[in-house]
Design a protein around this ligand. Structure first.
Ligand code: CTP
Length: 406
């Protein structure tokens, strides 16, 4: 037994589905047990074709759950009890079929039913042929699952059992274990809710047109990832973007500023951190036309615009005002002046400002930030957005805990 492992006593429910990689599940269980984890195994019918339940029973030290129609098994530890018992559910290997079932909420076998019945965080380690993995159907299922906060571990690339090469191999047991160990270390934002807004908003002109801006969502998504890495319970409220939400983050998709406002107001709480990174449209068409607006002979067309709610200001003034309020400011001119003005006017704790314009800010992979707070200023120099996000989250964490100790 490994002394003082972060996995000591962790109740892990392992689902094994029908992939050739299922034989590695026995090694995984043995290694988890070495770390002191309490592991129970449930297997799909396919899983039992690749490794026997007896093997899994021997390594885990517990009867394996196979079927929720079996009266004996239900009497031992039924699917609802299993669902409640689990602190974590890990499916390794997870086949394309298993991911599809989970994505669509099917409950036609033990594993899918337990996942549906459990509130435990769900992790999946996919394993399948690379064509099956890259198929649109699988990728769309994965996207749905990621949006719901399911964490993906792997897959890895390399030689496959089918003789092909590519992405789809089960992550190596060593790497999977490292991931679980990191995840079980208490991070500096452990147990703290972080709500992040990201991306642009779309304001409908008519059923086919909208007003938007150039925000790609990359910075907000990077912040959500960095906060999740720090152990936070992250809710990402995103306008329409073309990127996937990070693993383990709960994502709420919205279109308009009004929808973003409503989603945000439902999510904030007094102990949370709010990061307003979305490029919210300040105005929307006063009246979105019900039918497509037709071209006429006139040379010009006017759109009447109406002010949208200022989300971050509403959050700062809410009864549920979060413990830490962080805003963003994208500026083309006079950055320090406008950033400090927004810090005051929007009643923020911190504002992160970036210069936008040709080749800067929106849509780019890199960013540089000027951070202002009441009595201070700090620069984060040009780096990939995820790196900048990690630095900003470290800074926010320090201030959050410093506030706590005042
Ligand atoms: N913001 C918001 N709701 C809005 C507009 C902005 O929550 N309707 C938030 C942004 O998410 C950001 C901060 O306010 O955290 C500053 O956004 P920015 O667009 O730079 O500021 P505005 O107040 O819109 O000012 P201006 O467009 O005149 O620069």
């Amino acid at each position: 037994m490994i002394e003082k492992s972060a996995l000591q006593g962790k109740r892990i429910l392992l689902g094994v589905t029908g992939s050739i990689a299922a034989y590695k599940a026995a090694d995984l269980v043995r290694r988890l047990k070495d770390h002191g984890a309490d592991v129970r195994v449930m297997m799909s019918h396919g899983g039992t074709q690749f490794i026997t339940p007896l093997t899994m029973q021997t390594v885990s030290g517990h009867q394996v759950s196979l079927n929720f129609f079996d009266a004996d098994e239900e009497a031992a530890m039924g699917h609802i009890k299993l669902a409640r018992w689990a602190e974590w559910i890990l499916i390794a290997p997870a086949t394309a079929d298993c991911l599809a079932k989970l994505a669509h909420g099917l409950a036609d076998d033990l594993i899918s039913t337990v996942c549906l019945a459990s509130e435990a965080p769900l992790m999946v380690a996919p394993a399948m042929n690379n064509k099956m993995w890259s198929h649109q159907a699988t990728q769309q299922n994965c996207q749905l699952l990621r949006q719901r906060g399911v964490e993906f571990i792997g897959p890895e690339s390399g030689d496959q059992a089918c003789g092909e090469q590519g992405e789809g191999r089960l992550i190596a047991v060593d790497n999977l274990l490292k991931h679980l160990l990191t995840k079980s270390q208490p991070g500096p934002l452990n147990g703290i809710k972080v709500v992040v807004t990201a991306g642009p908003t779309h304001e409908a002109i008519d059923p086919v047109r909208f007003i938007a801006n150039r925000s790609s969502g990359k910075m907000g998504y990077a912040l959500a990832q960095a906060a999740a890495e720090a152990g936070a319970d992250v809710t990402l409220i995103s306008g329409p973007v073309a990127i996937h939400p990070p693993s383990g983050v709960h994502c709420i998709q919205v279109e308009s500023a009004q929808q973003m406002y409503e989603a945000v107001m439902q999510q904030i709480s007094p102990s949370s951190v709010f990061i307003g990174c979305a490029a919210v449209a300040d105005y929307r068409p006063a009246q979105a036309a019900q039918s497509k607006i037709k071209k006429t002979d006139k040379d010009d067309l006017s759109l009447q615009l109406q002010l949208n709610p200022d989300i971050i200001t509403a959050v700062a003034n809410a009864k549920q005002r979060p413990a830490m309020m962080v805003g963003f400011a994208a500026e083309t001119d006079n950055l320090p002046y406008y950033a400090k003005q927004k810090l005051q006017q929007k009643r923020l704790d911190v504002i992160a400002a970036n210069q936008v314009g040709e080749g800067l800010g929106f849509g780019q992979d890199n960013n540089a930030l000027e951070i202002f707070w009441q009595n201070g200023h700090k620069s984060l120099t040009n780096a990939p957005k995820l790196e900048i996000a990690r630095e900003l989250i470290t800074f926010i964490t320090e201030r959050y805990h410093a506030k706590d100790s005042i």
